[in-house]
Design a protein around this ligand. Sequence first.
Ligand SMILES: Cc1cc2nc3c(=O)[nH]c(=O)nc-3n(C[C@H](O)[C@H](O)[C@H](O)COP(=O)(O)O)c2cc1C
Length: 184
Amino acid sequence: MRMVLMGGSLRPDSLNLRLLGHLVADLAARGHAVASFAGEALRLPLYEQDLAVPEGVQALHAALMDAQGVVIVSPEYNAGIPGHMKNAVDWPSTLRPNPWQGLPVLLCAASPGALGGARGLVPWRLTLANMGALVCPDAITVPHADHQLDGAGAPTDPRTAGHMAKALDSFLALAARLRPGLED
Ligand SMILES: Cc1cc2nc3c(=O)[nH]c(=O)nc-3n(C[C@H](O)[C@H](O)[C@H](O)COP(=O)(O)O)c2cc1C
């Protein structure tokens, strides 16, 4: 299937960026076609109605239109969505067709904290539902990610690894059911 992964913070050492790298490699190893929007690709101009649509937004919109599923890997800022990521999902929602409509989404987060960024995923569900996306009930969270992600972004805790594999399987099954017409 064709998957878009987007996320990470803007800092090069982002834990979420590292997790995203692992998920890209995992999905590619399973034979899926993966497009990644991370780091500088998400440093988009702040949305403004009268602004010409930036190239980066057009590229993201095109990838989302073509995707059978999207994996969002988001830091948690004050139990919410970081500004650069909210901006990155708002922009494509202003274009037509709205690429989020009916799009299956898997939410993921990594945090040095004990809750793994789980609180930040709650507002993500509200925003994505408002845009028409279909968010997978399962999610991936990595607590104590500064210790529990290896250099390639793989979880070192076996429980987290097991949970991650199960969530990915659920999401891929959901995407295959919701977007079967777009199968390669
Ligand atoms: C403004 C701000 C607010 C934050 N709020 C939370 C929070 O609510 N919960 C949490 O677990 N971590 C919070 N953090 C810590 C981030 O989870 C931590 O900095 C994490 O490493 C950010 O993701 P990154 O490694 O991908 O950059 C916050 C960090 C910042 C900068």
